[in-house]
Design a binder for this molecule. Structure first.
Ligand SMILES: C[S@@+](CC[C@H](N)C(=O)[O-])C[C@H]1O[C@@H](n2cnc3c(N)ncnc32)[C@H](O)[C@@H]1O
Length: 369
C-alpha cells in the first residue's frame, strides 16, 4: 500500500465525510486544550517573539482544523493583553498529505480572518494561514522556521505498512487479521513496533530541525495503557473490522487472499514506547504527559444513553471517515456500504456488552537548548 496516495480522510461535507464524522477527534482536542494552551503561552513568555511560526501536522479538513489554530492564537493573544504587549504576527501552516482536502479549508479562510478581526480588534496580528502538503515523516518546513508545533490524531498513522509483514510466511504473516490482534504472530508485533520507532524518530528529528531554539511541540495520538500490544483497548476496534471482512469471505463476496494481504499502516503505542523514542532521538524534553479516554461513540455518554444500534452506526461512520480510502483502494468501492453496515452491527453487539473507550496519549515537549 502506498500510504501517501491512499491514506486520506473522506473529503467534502457529505454524510460520510470526515468533516461530519470527527467527534472523537474533537473530544481529543478539547481534552488536550489546557495542555496545548499552557505550552503555547510558555513558549510566548520565553521568547516574547514579534512573529510566531505555528504548524498543525496532519490537520485534515473540517471544523477541527481551525479550532486548534484559534485555540492557540486565543491563548497567546490573551497572554499578550495581560502583559500589555502588542500581539505578535502569526504565521500558521496547515500540514497534511497531498491528497487532503485543502480546498475546503482555503474556502473557509476569509470567514476565519473576518472573525479574528471582529473578535480581536484592529491591533491584533496579523495572521497568515497557508497549506503545506507533504509527509511529516521528513522535512516539511525550512530550518528554524517554527516556534510551536501541534499534532492531534495523526502520528498513529505510519509512513508504510511494516515491510516485514509482506515478507514473512510468503507474505501472509498476519493472515485473517488487518492489524495487530490476539491471534497475530509475535513477529507482527515486533514489525509494527519497529516501524513506529523509525517513523516517530523521523518525525521528531525533522521537527527539531524545523523548530527554533525555544520551540514547543504538543502531540495527541491514539495509544494504549497496557504494555501488551495485543490489548483489546487498542486492537479490538480493528478486529471487528477483520471479522466483518471474513464474514464477507465466507459468503463469497471477497477473496480470502485479499484479506490476508491487507494490513493497516497504524500503531497504538504505550507511553513507555513513546518516551523511549523521545530519549533515543534526544532533541526534546518531555515536560508533561497524560492519558485520556474517549468513548468509541462519543455521543453516547451518561447524559445521553443511546441504543446499541444507533451507537454502532455512529462508530461505523466515524471509522468509515478515516479508513474508507484505504479499504476501498484494496477491496474496491463497491463493497463499502455493505462492509460498514456489517461492521456497525458488530460494533453494536460489542457495545451492548461493554462500553469501550479509545485510549489517547498527550505529550508536551520542549526543544533542548
Ligand atoms: C484523523 S485525521 C486528524 C485530523 C485533525 N488533526 C483532527 O484532529 O481532526 C489524521 C490526519 O493525519 C494525516 N496524516 C497521516 N499521515 C500523515 C503524514 N505522514 N504526513 C502528514 N499528514 C498525515 C491524515 O491525512 C489525516 O488528515
Amino acid at each position: 500500500m502506498e500510504v501517501q496516495r491512499v491514506l486520506r480522510m473522506n473529503g467534502g461535507d457529505g454524510e460520510t465525510s470526515y468533516a461530519n464524522n470527527s467527534t472523537v477527534q474533537e473530544r481529543a482536542i478539547s481534552k488536550a486544550k489546557t495542555i496545548v494552551e499552557d505550552s503555547a503561552v510558555a513558549l510566548y513568555c520565553t521568547t516574547l517573539a514579534k512573529s510566531l511560526g505555528i504548524a498543525d501536522m496532519g490537520c485534515s479538513s473540517g471544523a477541527n482544523t481551525l479550532l486548534v489554530v484559534s485555540e492557540i492564537i486565543d491563548a497567546i493573544d490573551r497572554k499578550c493583553r495581560h502583559l500589555g504587549c502588542p500581539s505578535p504576527e502569526f504565521r500558521v501552516f496547515l500540514n497534511d498529505l497531498p491528497g487532503n482536502d485543502f480546498n475546503t479549508i482555503f474556502k473557509s479562510l476569509p470567514g476565519f480572518y473576518e472573525k479574528l478581526k471582529r473578535d480581536k480588534g484592529p491591533d491584533f496580528g496579523p495572521c497568515f494561514i497557508a497549506g503545506m502538503p507533504g509527509s511529516f515523516y521528513g522535512r516539511v518546513f525550512p530550518t528554524n522556521s517554527l516556534d510551536f508545533v501541534h499534532s492531534s490524531y495523526s502520528v498513529h498513522w505510519l509512513s508504510q505498512v511494516p515491510p516485514e509483514l509482506q515478507k514473512g510466511m510468503g507474505g501472509l504473516l498476519n493472515k485473517g487479521n488487518i492489524y495487530m490482534a490476539k491471534t497475530s504472530h509475535p513477529a507482527v508485533f515486533k514489525a509494527y513496533l519497529e516501524q513506529f520507532e523509525r517513523d516517530f524518530f523521523l518525525f521528531l528529528r525533522s521537527r527539531s530541525e524545523e523548530m527554533t531554539y525555544a520551540g514547543r511541540l504538543v502531540i495527541t495520538l491514539m495509544g494504549r495503557r497496557s504494555l501488551d500490544p495485543s490489548s483489546g483497548e487498542c486492537c479490538y476496534i480493528w478486529e471487528l473490522m477483520a471479522q466483518s471482512l471474513m464474514d464477507m469471505v465466507s459468503q463469497g463476496i471477497i477473496e480470502e487472499a485479499k484479506v490476508d494481504s491487507f494490513n493497516l499502516p497504524h500503531y497504538t503505542p504505550s507511553i513507555q514506547e513513546l518516551i523511549a523514542v523521545i530519549e533515543t532521538e534526544g532533541s526534546f524534553h518531555l515536560d508533561r504527559s497524560e492519558i485520556i479516554e474517549i468513548n468509541w461513540d462519543p455521543t453516547n455518554d451518561d447524559d445521553n444513553m443511546l441504543d446499541k444500534f444507533t451507537s454502532g452506526w455512529n462508530v461505523a461512520k466515524i471509522m468509515r471517515a478515516v479508513s474508507e480510502s484505504m479499504l476501498a483502494s484494496h477491496f474496491g468501492e463497491a463493497i463499502m456500504d455493505d462492509l460498514y453496515k456489517r461492521y456497525g452491527e458488530k460494533v453494536a453487539e460489542h457495545l451492548s456488552m461493554e462500553k469501550t473507550k479509545h485510549i489517547n496519549l498527550i505529550i508536551s515537549l520542549s526543544k533542548k537548548f
